[in-house]
Design a protein around this ligand. Structure first.
Ligand SMILES: *Cc1c(COP(=O)(O)O)cnc(C)c1O
Length: 387
C-alpha cells in the first residue's frame, strides 16, 4: 500500500503525462460539446442521477461534472481510503447535501453529538432543511435513535472544545444508522474515520486541505453508493465546487502531511507554554493527558493536531486579547499556514443555543507554520498587556 505522503503528492494526477502537461489543467468550461442528441442525452441522464461520465463521454455541463474538481475528489478519496469523494462549494454545502441525501427516504430525524461547528449546529437546530434533531453527548446516541433516524453526526476533535469521541463505540451504538464524521480538525493525516466503520467523512476543505486561507470548498469521502446519492443532490441543488478553488485545494493536498505535522509540533509547544502561564485558567488540547481521558491519541488519532482552546479567568479578559495580538491574526477559520485567534462564543458559535454555547471566557487558536517561539511571545505580551 502506498504511503499517505506519496498519495498526497500523486493522487488525482493520472493521465497528465499523456496530456503532455505537468501541472493539473484548470478546465473552466461551463458546457461541453455534445456528440449527438442521443448520446448527449444519455450522458446527461447518467450524471443528473448521480453517475459519473464514462471514458470519452461528454461531460455536458459544469454543474454535473468538471475534470479539475474530479482530480481534487480523487485526491481526497485516496487520502481518506474512500471509494469516492464528492466536492462542494463549501463545508456547509457539503453538510446540507448529506442532510438532504440522508432524508431522501423519509428518515428525517438526525442524532447529533454536541459540540459541533456553529454552522452545523445552527442548520440542524433550525430544521431549515426539513430535519428533526436530537442533540446528545457521545454516550447518548443509542438511546436517541428512532425508527426514522437517518443520520448520526459527530465531530472529533470537536469545535471548539477539542473533545475526542471514540468512533468504534459510536459506530456500534448507531447500529445500522449511517454515521457522518466531520474530520476537518484532524485531517486524514491524523485520523481516517472510514477505518472505524463510519459511512461518510466530511471536510471543510477551506481549512487544512487547502491550507492557505484562499479557497473555499467542502468534500465528502464515502462509498460509491453514498457518493452517487450526494452527486445527485449536488446536481439538482447546485452547491458545486468550481474549478479554480478545486485546483488550489488539490494543490494544497500535496503539502498537507508536512503542514499538519509541523503545525502539530508547534501546537505542542504553544499548548505547554499556555498551560504554564499564570493568567491562563485552562488549556484544551488533546495532546495534554487530562484532555484525552479515553486515550484516543495514539490509537484513533496519530496525533492531537494544531487547534488549541484556552480559558481565561474572565470573559472580559478573553474579549480583550484578540485585539492585543500583533503577529497572530484575529480572524475566524483555521488550518492555514498562519496562526489565527478567535472568540468562539462571540463568533463561530454565536448561533448555538445557550445550553450548548462555549463559555465566553474561552478563546480558540489555530496554530500555523511560524516559529512557535514568536507565537508564544505574542501570546504572552497579549495576555499580560490586557490583564
Ligand atoms: C469551517 C467548518 C465547517 C464549515 O465549512 P465552510 O467551508 O466554512 O462552509 C464545518 N465544520 C467544521 C469543523 C469547520 O471548522
Amino acid at each position: 500500500m502506498t504511503a499517505i505522503d506519496t498519495l498526497a503528492v500523486h493522487a488525482g494526477r493520472t493521465g497528465l503525462t499523456e496530456q503532455g502537461v505537468h501541472a493539473v489543467p484548470i478546465d473552466l468550461s461551463t458546457t461541453a460539446p455534445l456528440p449527438s442528441v442521443h448520446d448527449g442525452g444519455l450522458a446527461y441522464e447518467q450524471m443528473a442521477t448521480g453517475g459519473v461520465p464514462l471514458d470519452g463521454q461528454s461531460t455536458v455541463y459544469q454543474r454535473l461534472w468538471n475534470p479539475t474538481v474530479a482530480r481534487f475528489e480523487d485526491g481526497v478519496a485516496a487520502l481518506e481510503g474512500a471509494a469516492q469523494a464528492v466536492g462542494f462549494a463549501s463545508g456547509m454545502a457539503a453538510f446540507s447535501a448529506v442532510l438532504l441525501a440522508a432524508q431522501s427516504e423519509g428518515k428525517t430525524h438526525v442524532v447529533a453529538v454536541r459540540p459541533l461547528y456553529g454552522g452545523t449546529d445552527h442548520v440542524l437546530a433550525s430544521g431549515l432543511l426539513g430535519n428533526q434533531v436530537t442533540f446528545v453527548k457521545a454516550d447518548g446516541v443509542r438511546d436517541a435513535l428512532r425508527p426514522d433516524t437517518g443520520l448520526v453526526v459527530v465531530e472529533t476533535p470537536a469545535n471548539p472544545s477539542l473533545d475526542l469521541v471514540d468512533l468504534n463505540r459510536l459506530v456500534a451504538d448507531a447500529a445500522d444508522v449511517p454515521v457522518l464524521v466531520d474530520n476537518t480538525f484532524a485531517t486524514p493525516i491524523l485520523q481516517q474515520p472510514l477505518k472505524h466503520g463510519v459511512a461518510m467523512v466530511l471536510h471543510s476543505a477551506t481549512k487544512f486541505l487547502g491550507g492557505h486561507g484562499d479557497a473555499m470548498g467542502g468534500v465528502v469521502a464515502t462509498s460509491a453508493e453514498w457518493a452517487t446519492r450526494l452527486r445527485r443532490v449536488r446536481a439538482v441543488t447546485g452547491g458545486i465546487l468550481t474549478p479554480w478553488p478545486a485546483y488550489l485545494l488539490h494543490r494544497g493536498l500535496a503539502t498537507l502531511p508536512i503542514r499538519v505535522r509541523a503545525q502539530q509540533d508547534h501546537a505542542h509547544k504553544i499548548a505547554a507554554a499556555l498551560a504554564s502561564h499564570e493568567l491562563v485558567a485552562k488549556v484544551y488540547y488533546p495532546g495534554l493527558p487530562e484532555c484525552d481521558p479515553l486515550h484516543l491519541v495514539g490509537t484513533q488519532m496519530s496525533g492531537p493536531g494544531s487547534l488549541i482552546s484556552f480559558d481565561l479567568e474572565s470573559a472580559e479578559h478573553a474579549e480583550r486579547i484578540p485585539g492585543a495580538v500583533r503577529l497572530i491574526t484575529h480572524a475566524v477559520s483555521l488550518g492555514g499556514i498562519d496562526t489565527l485567534i478567535q472568540h468562539p462564543a462571540g463568533l463561530t458559535h454565536r448561533p448555538v443555543a445557550p445550553e450548548a454555547k462555549p463559555q465566553a471566557r474561552m478563546l480558540r487558536l489555530s496554530i500555523g507554520l511560524e516559529d512557535p517561539a514568536d507565537i508564544i511571545d505574542d501570546l504572552v505580551q497579549a495576555l499580560e498587556s490586557t490583564r
